[in-house]
Design a protein around this ligand. Structure first.
Ligand SMILES: NC(=O)c1ccc[n+]([C@@H]2O[C@H](COP(=O)([O-])OP(=O)(O)OC[C@H]3O[C@@H](n4cnc5c(N)ncnc54)[C@H](O)[C@@H]3O)[C@@H](O)[C@H]2O)c1
Length: 337
């Protein structure tokens, strides 16, 4: 039996806790949150112990693995503590707020011999899996271009305060929401980012960016355009993949549509349980890693997303084209998750 803990019992914790209940060899043993009642809401229905101090949880709860769902800048200290206690880690996206923090985590987990997996949920959402299948089937040929448009809401009061703190969140809409777009676009595009241009907006008087547009060229020549807009008239969350012989439109709202030869077919109809299913598949993948498997999403890919978001901030600040540097230089196409 794998004894699992959770740190951070806010919005996303319920999806993880629910997933744990569906895996027979996983027991949710402990939940930690600074707010005892938040921890209680996740822990009590499942008979898990409650903590308000994650170090005490690591010392006392006999955990094999932990899921970390806390403000972005806290991921580092919690991953390091998990590694120190020999506990395997699934940490929510974004992995960290700096590339140095990502590297620190990777090294610490490697040294401690514990798994480090990042919750890049896009790779497990049913409508994205449907697109992955179509691309793998080859009928549409190579991916040539991707347009990713997602709306969000970064008006004050729309989410917990820490999301509006650059120190805690590492940025605003691009770091939080744009990271999902980059995740899936780089994945579907099939190569790391070669160069990018970007612009950001700070609206509604909040201190982090509320909107952003990134124009990217991947190392295989695929062009990607990511646009994140706050408080738009219409809710959008669409990645449109343009291939040699057709297009795929993928969204949690309308599912996955394939257009080729003048006809459209639906390969995934959205279901209300799709998001929960994605979290379940993600946790299942993590548990497989604890049994010696390879994670679906590499830590290098998760690190690259942080690197690209930070590069987009630099590009927006300077108005110049930025080449994200780093260790992805040696990644080959087949190694990109
Ligand atoms: N994969 C997804 O689709 C998805 C969706 C939402 C959030 N997230 C990510 O999950 C993480 C958490 O986001 P959220 O929306 O659940 O945030 P949230 O603010 O709702 O929850 C965070 C919780 O962490 C707790 N916390 C803060 N500091 C702590 C500490 N030192 N010890 C213990 N608990 C502490 C807070 O009290 C709060 O309850 C972030 O990384 C976010 O980007 C991912």
């Amino acid at each position: 039996m794998i004894r699992l803990g959770i740190i951070g019992a806010g919005a996303v914790a319920h999806f993880h806790a629910e997933s744990a209940g569906r895996i027979s060899n996983v027991q949710l043993a402990a939940v930690c949150d600074l707010q005892r009642d938040a921890a209680d809401r996740v822990a009590s229905p499942r008979g898990a112990r409650i903590y308000t101090d994650y170090l005490a949880m690591f010392r006392e709860a006999g955990l094999d693995a932990v899921i970390i769902n806390t403000p972005h800048a806290l991921h580092l200290e919690m991953v390091l503590a998990a590694a120190e206690h020999g506990v395997h880690v699934l940490v929510e996206k974004p992995m960290a707020t700096t590339v140095a923090d990502c590297d620190h985590m990777i090294q610490a987990c490697r040294d401690a011999g514990v798994a480090l997996v990042i919750g890049q949920i896009q790779h497990f959402l049913p409508e994205k899996l449907a697109a992955e299948d179509v691309l793998a089937g080859g009928e549409l040929g190579r991916v040539l271009m991707i347009r990713d448009y997602r709306t969000t809401d970064y008006r004050p009061g729309t989410r917990p305060d820490w999301f509006f703190s650059e120190a805690m969140a590492g940025g605003g809409a691009l770091m939080n929401i744009g990271g999902h777009c980059l995740d899936r676009s780089i994945w579907f595009g099939g190569a790391p980012v070669e160069s990018l241009n970007a612009s950001t907006l700070k609206r509604f008087g909040v201190p982090v960016e509320t909107d952003g547009a990134i124009s990217l060229t991947l190392r295989n020549g695929v062009h990607v355009s990511v646009v994140v807009v706050s408080d738009a008239a219409q809710r959008m969350d669409e990645v449109l993949i343009v291939c040699e012989r057709g297009t795929i439109s993928c969204s949690p709202h309308h599912g996955t549509l394939v257009r080729a030869n003048g006809t459209t077919r639906t390969v995934w109809e959205p279901l209300p349980e799709d998001i929960q299913e994605g979290f379940f598949l993600q946790l299942q993948d993590f548990i497989k890693v604890l049994d010696g498997g390879t994670p679906k999403v590499s830590v290098d890919h998760a690190r690259h997303i942080v690197e690209v978001v930070l590069a987009s901030y630099a590009a927006a600040r300077t108005g110049e084209t930025v080449v994200p540097d780093g260790m992805n230089a040696e990644l080959t196409l087949s190694e990109v998750p």
